[in-house]
Ligand binder design. Structure first.
Ligand code: URA
Length: 200
């Protein structure tokens, strides 16, 4: 889908600056940042935690096992392809342990802090109606003063409506509650769809 020109250029500039900042940092100079995808004119901004192995290989957010699981439910519940929405991550590089087969780990606070100004700038550029925070890391970044509660609506740090859901990797890991948590995710996303149709 073609991105409308109004937001595309500022986003391109922002990601160029971030690429450069990663290259200049001793910590991220060898990382391959993964930026956003989708439609910046969308009223819905989806904020995940961080890219994983597959996302890094393909250079796209939400395309690994958990991301594919999540986007399938998203597309079903919202009745539209993922390209219609703006999809990004809090941390733009893959947090991993340097074991023999690199192993995904939770992002460190210092990593979240490094990327946070970029996420906030993305929000200022995109100006979504609703931010869907996928998991606690995303929620903590967009609504730092608030307590994470799956499915609850709140106001984020920049005044946007924020709704949070469990991270798909957590849903997939917690096998005994898989159906319950998947049904809950679907039902929250249906409420998001309704809210997008409302005037304010
Ligand atoms: N894929 C991503 O890019 N981010 C997530 O938070 C989960 C899966």
């Amino acid at each position: 889908m073609r991105k409308p020109p109004g937001k595309k250029k500022p986003l391109d500039r922002l990601f160029k600056k971030l690429s450069q900042e990663c290259k200049n940092s001793s910590r991220f100079k060898d990382s391959r940042p993964v930026f956003s995808e989708g439609n910046p004119a969308s009223p819905l901004m989806i904020v995940g935690e961080a890219p994983g192995r597959d996302e890094t290989r393909l250079g796209r957010p939400f395309v690994g096992r958990a991301g594919t699981f999540f986007t399938k439910i998203l597309e079903d519940a919202l009745g539209a392809g993922r390209g219609n929405f703006y999809i990004t991550n809090t941390v733009k590089v893959w947090p991993h342990l340097k074991t023999k087969r690199l192993k995904t780990r939770a992002p460190l606070k210092s990593e979240i802090d490094f990327f946070l100004p970029y996420l906030l700038e993305e929000i200022r550029i995109v100006r979504p109606k609703v931010i869907l925070a996928v998991g606690r890391t995303a929620f903590g970044s967009v609504a730092p003063e608030k307590k994470f509660e799956c499915g609850a609506w709140t106001k984020g740090v920049l005044g946007h409506d924020v709704v949070s859901v469990y991270h798909p990797a957590y849903i997939l890991r917690k096998k005994k509650d898989l159906k319950k948590n998947t049904d809950e995710l679907r039902s929250i996303l249906k409420k998001v769809k309704k809210s997008l149709g409302r005037k304010s």
